[in-house]
Design a protein around this ligand. Structure first.
Ligand SMILES: Cc1cc2nc3c(=O)[nH]c(=O)nc-3n(C[C@H](O)[C@H](O)[C@H](O)COP(=O)(O)O)c2cc1C
Length: 201
């Protein structure tokens, strides 16, 4: 599917066929496409928790205020990020780059994040937001429906998935075969409400 078409077609779908199974090959392809998303300093700080286990799904459904798509979608991905990815053998993110590039980028990366907790957290949200959209557009282009979600208790989700203390949960994306058309887009803003020319007045 053409990218423009996929962007227009993607909607947040909330009703899924619980019997529908996405093949392991398609799941793998969706995640591999998502891993091509851009990240600052190529740090690939996302960690995608793929939840198949029914008990885990049920626990997450409870933590997500019993939103049915958490149970019924074929695929549930909890998008998490490693806040310290920039520190974890960062040379591997640049191993194929010329050594002059490595010598510049690796110290710059350390300087950018060292001691800056808010910056690390912001980076986690940026990376996962972009990855979520890649995942949803890939799903659309492969004929699936999806829904992004943050309607859940973050601490409870972290507990359920055994989140390491230096990681954060950012959002869920669920994917499957939709059973109900979403309602018409309920209230898109006008172009001029959103696009600012040069500077805010
Ligand atoms: C970060 C984020 C969190 C969301 N959380 C939920 C959610 O918990 N439950 C839900 O049904 N929809 C959720 N949505 C879907 C939005 O309601 C939906 O994207 C929005 O109404 C626009 O509709 P569209 O995606 O069909 O264009 C979320 C969307 C985003 C981007």
């Amino acid at each position: 599917m053409e990218t423009r078409k996929a962007i227009q077609k993607r909607r947040a779908v909330k009703h899924f066929d619980p019997a529908y199974v996405i093949s392991p090959e398609d799941q793998r392809e969706l995640l591999e496409l998502t891993m091509l998303s851009p990240t600052a300093f190529n740090q690939q700080n996302w960690r995608f928790v793929l939840v198949d286990d029914r008990q885990q799904r049920h626990a997450l459904w409870t933590a997500a205020w019993e939103q049915q798509q958490v149970l019924d979608a074929s695929m549930l991905v909890v998008l998490c990020a490693d806040l310290r990815a920039w520190q974890r053998e960062p040379r591997r993110y640049w191993q194929k780059a010329p050594s002059a590039v490595q010598d510049f980028v690796l110290p710059a990366m350390a300087t950018y994040y060292e001691g800056k907790e808010q910056t690390m957290r912001d980076e986690a949200m940026r990376s996962c937001g972009i990855a979520a959209q890649t995942l949803m557009l890939a799903a659309t282009s492969m004929g699936y429906e999806s829904c992004p979600m943050d309607g859940f208790d973050f601490s409870e989700v972290a507990r359920i998935i055994n989140l390491p203390s230096d990681h954060v949960v950012t959002m869920f994306v669920v994917i499957g075969r939709g059973t109900k058309e979403p309602w018409e887009r309920p209230g898109q803003l006008a172009f001029t409400d959103v696009v600012v020319q040069d500077r805010f007045s």
